[in-house]
Ligand binder design. Structure first.
Ligand SMILES: Cc1cc2nc3c(=O)[nH]c(=O)nc-3n(C[C@H](O)[C@H](O)[C@H](O)COP(=O)(O)O)c2cc1C
Length: 298
């Protein structure tokens, strides 16, 4: 299988423009390693590790299994500790950082000094311009299609919009579970895609078995976007938050029982190893590119 070359793969040094989404309570070392070994960029969110010691141990396990590039999602709002965590990541050779909330300038110099890149999660042109002014290397366009916290504009509109108005590399986050969907995102101008929902239903994800099954069973009509759970709009499997809406007093319901996923559950039909998911996306991408070129009658 040939590599897929984009601005992102050249920048980061991976074979495919696929980031295994950093997902709260889902992406830990197993999924990160599986995606990295399959040629994508494995990633996890720092808040998945409660202490710096937990993070150090996870990074050690990852580095025992892969020397490929990996990424992390770092929250800079002040709600989570990040300084010691950043140093641990840089020491472990983490070269790709996706910032959420907060000011990316807090980490830019340190990451750049270590040869890494900083992209910012954002949902609008205003946020994108602000991030660009602050010197980020690129943008992660979090669309309305995305699992987790989502934007209000679909991938098919948001990616070309940010790309043309801001000019920085744009990564599409939202609605990509298949190779055809990745081809669409690349056609729109994205240099890579973040795949979240599809990877929930993998052997290496830490989602509960019933959560994985629910993602497989769900269709897009089973996903609701609401700000009632976290205070910000996010996409959820409606069945998992039914009680939450009907009985607000169960606010203490365990996070593990609140199941986030995006509308691309539509394309998730089976639980399988993450490497198979990546390979299938790449195979289908190649087929779609060939088929698209055949539509030209020159
Ligand atoms: C269960 C779940 C948890 C997520 N947690 C995070 C997170 O902690 N940090 C983050 O940057 N993005 C998080 N996301 C968003 C993903 O990184 C990514 O933007 C999104 O999943 C892409 O859309 P898709 O689900 O349609 O593939 C999460 C997504 C899901 C589905």
């Amino acid at each position: 299988m040939p590599k897929i070359v984009t601005e992102f793969t050249k920048m980061v040094g991976v074979d495919y423009p696929i980031i295994g989404a950093p997902m709260f309570l889902i992406s830990y070392e197993e999924l990160t390693v599986a995606v990295a070994q399959a040629g994508g960029l494995g990633a996890f969110p720092l808040p998945n590790y409660r202490t710096a010691q937990d993070l150090a141990s996870a990074l050690k396990k990852i580095r025992e299994k892969t020397d490929k590039p990996i990424g992390v999602n770092i929250h800079l709002s002040g709600r989570f500790e990040w300084k010691e965590q950043l140093a641990l990541c840089l020491n472990a050779g983490v070269t790709f950082f996706i910032t959420s909330l907060g000011d990316p300038r807090l980490i830019l110099d340190d990451v750049h000094a270590n040869g890494g890149k900083v992209f910012a999660d954002l949902i609008s042109l205003d946020q994108a311009k602000k991030a660009a002014d602050r010197g980020v290397d690129g943008l992660v366009a979090v669309a309305s299609d995305a699992g987790g916290h989502c934007g209000s504009t679909p991938t098919i509109i948001l990616v070309p919009y940010l790309k043309s108005k801001v000019g920085l590399p744009v990564i599409a986050a939202g609605g990509v579970s298949t190779g055809a969907q990745m081809a669409a995102a690349i056609a729109l101008g994205a240099c890579a895609v973040v795949v979240g929902t599809r990877l929930i239903a993998t052997d290496e994800s830490r989602a509960l078995p019933a959560y994985k099954q629910a993602v497989v069973a769900a269709g897009p009509e089973d996903i609701v976007c609401t700000d009632k759970i976290t205070g910000n709009p996010a996409s959820w499997l409606a069945s998992s938050i039914k009680d939450f809406r009907e009985r607000p007093e169960i606010g203490s319901k365990r996070w593990l029982d609140l199941w986030s996923a995006g509308k691309s559950v539509a394309q998730v039909d089976e639980i399988k190893p993450a490497a198979d998911v990546i390979r299938e996306i790449v195979d289908e991408y190649a087929e779609v590119c060939k088929a698209m070129s055949l539509t030209l009658d020159e």
